[in-house]
Design a protein around this ligand. Structure first.
Ligand code: ZN
Ligand code: ZN
Length: 300
């Protein structure tokens, strides 16, 4: 099958064998995948990946193989909502608790920029066939952005979202859709906010968040920078600031948002998977631009 392979510093489109399906995993035919910041980092060597790794984690697909008794039979349409694979080796995994050492799809294990991908049943959620494919492929980023709702923040509070990109914009819209009346954005923010969402992933913005939040307020950590950031712990402690790191919201909410949130202006064109390098170049030229999509078109 055709796949986009990250080689640790570069990426290429190549023919590879179809993936082996572990027991209780699903084999999906990829209908549409989406390119995100993590993929750009993985394709350009900013983020460490395996030696030859199939990239991609945002996708909608159709189940083509599963085990008897599985929730999703062949033909079911599903989207990846939680691209993390439990390690299956630690004590948490042995007791059914949440694994602290998960592997990420498209980074640590082979991902979705391919004709087929295998994923654990727990990574996906069902999506209606009426949901447009570009929106369905955004269930994962919407699950990631709606994670802000799990932070200790309230709609009547004054908030700000830092970051200029799609993720910041989506986060702002998710908060407004949930009744948050004051969600400020932009370079000129007054400060004194009850909460500040950090969605940019830079040390500068993290520092800015700590300065913009009122004493006793909440800084919501939402980004996943490839490098470790430094935090002004003294300022956080002196001002009793709660640092709330959140990864994913509920699957149901993500699917509902994929259907209802006004995001069409954030969604860009669909390209054939074989033209990955053009899509990557476009994403690098305009990192804040509309999301780009990749469609595996079968050869012949
Ligand atoms: Zn993503
Ligand atoms: Zn584990």
């Amino acid at each position: 099958m055709l796949a986009v392979i990250g080689t640790g510093g570069a990426a290429e489109v190549a023919q590879v064998s179809i993936p082996r399906r572990p027991e209780r995993w699903l084999r999906l035919r990829v209908l549409l995948a989406a390119l995100c910041r993590t993929d750009v980092q993985a394709a350009t060597g900013q983020l460490a990946i395996g030696r030859r790794r199939i990239l991609g984690h945002e996708m909608v697909g159709e189940v083509i193989e599963s085990d008897p008794g599985c929730r999703y039979g062949p033909g079911a349409r599903v989207a990846v909502a939680l691209p993390l694979v439990a390690c299956a080796a630690c004590t948490a995994c042995a007791t059914g608790a949440r694994c602290p050492e998960t592997f990420m799809l498209g980074v640590d294990v082979d991902g979705a920029f391919a004709e087929q991908v295998v994923v654990p049943e727990t990574a996906v959620c069902p999506v209606p066939e009426s949901l447009p494919l570009r929106r369905a492929a955004c269930v994962e980023p919407l699950a990631a952005t709606s994670a802000v709702l799990r932070a200790p923040i309230q709609p009547e509070e004054r908030g700000a979202v830092l970051g200029a990109g799609r993720i910041a914009e989506m986060t702002t819209r998710v908060l407004r859709a949930h009744g948050f009346a004051t969600v400020d954005t932009g370079p000129d923010l007054a400060g004194g906010y009850d909460f500040v969402v950090e969605a940019a992933g830079t040390a500068t913005d993290l520092d800015r968040a700590l300065r913009l939040v009122r004493p006793g307020g909440v800084v919501v950590l939402k980004s996943r920078p490839a490098k470790t950031l430094t935090v002004d712990v003294t300022r956080a402690v002196r001002n009793d600031i709660t640092l709330a790191a959140v990864s994913y919201g509920s699957f149901d909410e993500a699917v509902r948002l994929a259907g209802e949130l006004p995001i069409d202006d954030l969604l860009g064109p669909i390209r054939p998977l074989a033209e990955f390098s053009d899509a990557l170049a476009a994403a690098q030229r305009d990192p804040q631009g509309p999301k780009l999509f990749l469609e595996p078109v079968p050869a012949g």
